[in-house]
Design a protein around this ligand. Structure first.
Ligand SMILES: C[S@@+](CC[C@H](N)C(=O)[O-])C[C@H]1O[C@@H](n2cnc3c(N)ncnc32)[C@H](O)[C@@H]1O
Ligand SMILES: Nc1c(NC[C@H](O)[C@H](O)[C@H](O)CO)[nH]c(=O)[nH]c1=O
Ligand SMILES: N[C@@H](Cc1ccc(O)cc1)C(=O)O
Ligand code: SF4
Length: 418
């Protein structure tokens, strides 16, 4: 516990010390003050991290949670062309793939047998999609594996499903819930500013619709995660406003389980590769990523308990540091990862449970497996180790995104050519 605050802050900028004292008194930090924390220099930088770590400890203790899950990105064919997305393919392209439902179910079952409690399902938006495709996917999975948690279908996908089914967002969510969806990923948020979205991803779900999907889901008991993609063309003002927006939603509904800052992977992202925007950045730098997590913890601490860092984007050692800068969740084992991988991330697609536990123990914290609702399933607070089935596999056996697009094993049947 931090006890002698005065001595700690004696060399700090008095304004920053004031904001950090407010944070330690668990007062709500405004967008203006959050912005000041983003602009710190020298010793103040470290103090922001220290305070975020203290708040994390008070809020959720020393447990670092993780979920045993599998991503199923069932198609990369997409009608949209978001500037940051290297994953999607136009329907005319050879590299388009589309996993049939039997393959989706097979992957879910294989993951379940290896100990997964969750499948995370997200994909491109295929043209001429049958309105009930997402419902069918959920039904087929739940028929075979009733116990697996379906975390799937971002607000962008929910809106697309509703549009293709010709029903309201509320009605479509109701159908998805009946079909077996349990929670939604809070992706397609990026930065919730309409002008910025129109610039980097014209035609993407609007801020208004994103909020409608999220609030409607929360109101019918479907929780969601929340995210922010940063390190591209947004300003620091955009980031703090985004965080405040999520905080306001949370005050109204209480339906966010976690917040995940997603660092922009630039290498293969079309808007970086083709330099579509002046001043476009290469994702957040090491110090920026640390600050982004710490400021998120400080600003959201009274409303969203869990702050997840993304090992796929940050790598394993940076992830360890982020756990000391406000984060308390390691995310998932993932098994298959296509979105960051296609954009150029090099941190692999499977993190084994024993590796996660080792990394958590190395920084003196307590690893624990959780479910998607953040209920702790197994805590590893002693010396004892168990072998998870997933610890004895090689990631090669699960197939990769590169294989899918190169071999094009699951051919995409272009509905406009039939
Ligand atoms: C690729 S989409 C998949 C689901 C659905 N098509 C959608 O757009 O909501 C999921 C999220 O991945 C993230 N993402 C995509 N490309 C990225 C990149 N180059 N760097 C970091 N995050 C990225 C974005 O936050 C996006 O909302
Ligand atoms: N699926 C990806 C995640 N995170 C998902 C989480 O593991 C999990 O589903 C969530 O915690 C639900 O509670 N993060 C990534 O960066 N990339 C993914 O593909
Ligand atoms: N972490 C997100 C999912 C996600 C998937 C793919 C990404 O590239 C980023 C995020 C969630 O569980 O809500
Ligand atoms: S981010 Fe989603 S909607 Fe946008 S192009 Fe990629 S897959 Fe399509």
């Amino acid at each position: 516990m931090i006890t002698n605050i005065d001595s700690l802050f004696k060399n700090a900028d008095p304004i920053i010390a004031g904001i950090l004292n407010d944070a330690l008194s668990e007062k709500e930090i405004s967008a203006d003050d959050g912005l000041k924390l983003f602009k710190v220099q020298g010793i103040d930088f470290h103090l922001v991290g220290l305070v975020a770590d203290e708040l994390r400890k008070r809020r959720v203790g020393d447990i670092v949670s993780y979920v045993v899950n599998r991503n199923i990105n069932f198609t990369n064919v997409c009608i949209k062309q978001c500037g940051f997305c290297a994953f999607s393919r136009d329907f005319r392209e050879e590299e388009g793939y589309f996993l049939p439902n039997e393959e989706i179910v097979r992957r879910a079952k294989e993951a379940y047998q290896l100990g997964a409690t969750e499948v995370c399902i997200q994909a491109g938006l295929p043209p001429d999609m049958e309105g009930d495709l997402y419902e069918k996917i959920c039904r087929d999975i739940k028929k075979e594996i009733p116990d697996i948690h379906i975390h799937g279908f971002s607000p962008e996908e929910i809106l697309y499903g509703a549009t293709r089914s010709n029903v309201s967002i509320e009605e479509f969510l109701k159908r998805m819930k009946e079909a077996g969806v349990n929670t939604l990923p809070g992706t397609s948020a990026e930065i919730l500013d309409q002008k910025l979205r129109d610039k980097i991803s014209p035609g993407r779900i609007s801020v208004e619709n994103w909020e409608t999907v999220i609030k409607s889901a929360h109101k019918m008991g479907i929780n969601t995660t929340s995210t922010m993609m940063f390190g591209h063309v947004e300003t620091l003002e955009d980031r703090v406003k985004h965080i405040v927006r999520l905080r306001e939603i949370q005050k109204e509904t209480g339906g966010f389980t976690e917040f995940v800052p997603l660092n922009f992977i630039h290498t293969e992202a079309p808007m970086y590769k083709h330099q579509l925007h002046e001043g476009i950045r290469q994702g957040g730098s090491g110090n920026d990523v640390l600050l982004t997590h710490a400021v998120s913890r400080i600003m959201l601490n009274n409303s969203i308990d869990n702050l997840q860092m993304s090992w796929v984007k940050e790598g394993q050692k940076m992830s360890q540091l982020l756990l000391m800068w406000g984060a308390n969740d390691f995310g998932g084992t993932l098994i298959n990862e296509s979105i960051s991988t296609s954009a150029g991330s090099e941190y692999g697609q499977l993190l084994k449970p024993k590796e996660i536990r080792r990394m958590v123990k190395e920084i003196g914290r307590i690893p624990a497996e959780r479910n998607t609702h953040y209920e702790i399933l197994k805590k590893f607070d002693g010396e004892e180790e168990i072998e998870d089935k997933l610890d004895n596999v090689t990631d090669k056996q699960f197939g990769s995104y590169v294989e899918l697009i190169k071999i094009n094993k699951y051919n995409y049947k272009n509905p406009r050519k039939q």
